[in-house]
Design a protein around this ligand. Structure first.
Ligand SMILES: [Zn+2]
Length: 201
């Protein structure tokens, strides 16, 4: 049987997505082709629209419409003079959807990772420093993940911003809502104890 080069190309493209291995990519490719009349037109349209109409904000790095750059959050004068530093644009959407935060954002675009070859030069730190001055920011809240590389990145950032007239905070660590203490991992529990707060907060 001659090789089906377009199929192989589709499988390869799909397998580049996160959490999709070769096997899943093959299943997806076959599904797409089996139901090509119902799946393909919508998929092609959505991909084309995403390519043409979405981009990343030139100021904060979060995702925005191409015709709205800087993004709506950056252009909102009512936002507090706080910048929440996150690893990627997906974190901005998660925090916005959670509600309760009325500041701005800055996407670092990664975390320090010697294994992946990500050094300080790959992160958008200089742009952050420039924003602190131009936007008269009074607080930077570091909202990175809790793994070792993110911790190292948070410490690096704190060092880079030390000496500037800005308060540096980080997300509090708490227990997952609706979960019991006995089901919480030791690291989360020890951090929650260290970050304990008065009962009336
Ligand atoms: Zn923005």
């Amino acid at each position: 049987m001659p090789s089906l080069q377009p199929l192989e190309q589709l499988v390869k493209a799909l397998s580049r997505l996160p959490t999709v291995g070769r096997r899943s990519a093959e299943r997806m490719a076959h599904k797409i082709m089996e139901q090509r009349d119902s799946i393909l037109p919508g998929l092609i349209l959505a991909l084309t629209e995403a390519r043409n109409r979405l981009t990343f904000c030139s100021r904060c790095g979060s995702m925005t419409l191409t015709e709205r750059n800087p993004c709506a959050i950056c252009q909102d004068d009512q936002r507090d003079a706080v910048i929440c530093v996150v690893e990627d644009a997906a974190a901005v959407i998660a925090i916005e959807q959670a509600g309760g935060y009325r500041g701005r954002y800055h996407v670092l675009g990664g975390r320090l990772s010697p294994m992946a070859g990500t050094g300080p030069g790959e992160l958008r730190v200089r742009a952050l420093r420039e924003r602190l001055v131009s936007e008269q920011v009074r607080e930077v809240c570091i909202a990175l993940n809790t793994d070792v590389e993110s911790d190292a990145t948070a410490h690096y950032l704190a060092g880079e911003l030390a000496g500037l007239d800005v308060r540096i905070t980080r997300l509090a660590f708490g227990l997952p809502a609706g979960s019991g203490i006995e089901f919480t991992d030791a690291l989360t529990l020890s951090r929650a104890i260290r970050a304990r707060a008065p009962l009336d907060e």
